[in-house]
Ligand binder design. Sequence first.
Ligand code: HEM
Length: 445
Amino acid sequence: MTPTQTPPAYADYPIVGALPKVWRAPLQFFVEAAASHRVVRLNLGPRSFYLLSHPDDVRYVLQDNARNYVKGYDMVKPVLGDGLVTANGDLWLRQRRLMQPAFHRQKIAGLADQMTGAAAEMLERWGPLAQRGAPLDLAAEMMQLTQTIIVRTMFSTDLSADAPRLMAAFSAVLEYLNTLIFAPVNIPVSWPTPTNVRFRRALGLIEGTVYRIIAERRQAGRSEPDLLSMLLDARDENGQGMSEKQIRDELLTIFFAGHETTASTLAWTWWLLGQHPEPYARLEAEVASVLGGRRPAFADLPGLAYTRQIIDEALRLYPPAWMFTRTPVADDEIAGYRVPAGVQVMLSPYITQRLPEFWEAPAEFRPERFAPGAEAGRPKLAYFPFAAGPRQCLGKDFALVEAALLLAAMVQRYRVRLAPGQTVRALPIATLRPQPGVLVTLQAR
Ligand code: HEM
């Protein structure tokens, strides 16, 4: 092999490339493709991607040579604009510096009560269902809960009367984003197709509300302990604040990046716990001994170490951001293969976190993989559910605090059992969703 060799293609049929295989069974396809070569070329219709899975190559792209790898997420820009997830270069750096302080762990501590408060309301609502033994879709419940939490932590309100219409609009936009992922061609959003019309109407409603809330807050001239005030008050080193449009972009970014991911994590966690009575019993014991019946609080988290291990392991098996891409600015070379500028490089926590070279019995749910010291034996980037390097998830601490507190709160109040006979499949859209949901019954404890 010469250093300039192009990576071998996988399942490459004329014109359509590997698309038919991707549509049939996407996760299986990507896992098989990654197993075929360390760097593999995938032609998906008109677009060509290079899939990398070795932890050293992931580290190279996300950390060691991160400056050469930018995001090319233009298709989601109608929604996220130039918010943190999509921005590149100087704009990204400025925004990251402005926003990072609000996401430090200590700042998240101040949001913990909002999180457990919303959970307490949900657990109250579940009471009659538990009494009747009625089944409940935990995936939908977790989505509603994390949506409520992100809205409250952004705006210090529930959006009151607007909430149902807005939540429906948020879901419509999310569904639209999800359809873009494996679309063979991107239909411009300005074309009046029924999908585009629905999408634009939903987005218009969201934008109108966000701009109204910004204006009201500015007019009131008060500062609240929430993300909106943080964005309004942030100043760069020249004393410059953010424009109205930039604040809109960041709020929509935080909303979309910050709830479905955590909801999926919790839904998958319950799917796994429901099939593994031993870790579940150990979790219940930890929660009982640490909390002794109290509502969980930020200060309890160090004691809830096994709770965290369970979440870490759920994020290994079912990482919500299961795949993302980077685009090299200049030609590069990875593992001896030529990686030309402009090609899309795919990185997948789902694939890397199940590689048998780095994970013993990778398909098994074993929270002890994340016990203190257990990580020493594997490369750091064998696990990257929140990405890594300069563009690591801004909301990592937010998500981990939220997931642990919500899980503990649920475990404390109910025993959760999977409804028998259901098949749950991992649906790889923008996030890795449990499909059609996770049906459970509850028993008050
Ligand atoms: C379990 C939950 C979560 C997971 C697994 C997750 C995962 C990720 C991943 C993998 C990325 C990098 C994506 C890429 O490079 O293309 C990312 C970026 C980001 N996430 Fe998260 N995320 C989660 C929760 C959150 C939450 C709760 C928030 C906000 C409250 C958030 C905000 C962001 C932002 C703003 C970025 C862009 C950061 C940048 O590029 O500077 N995420 N997340």
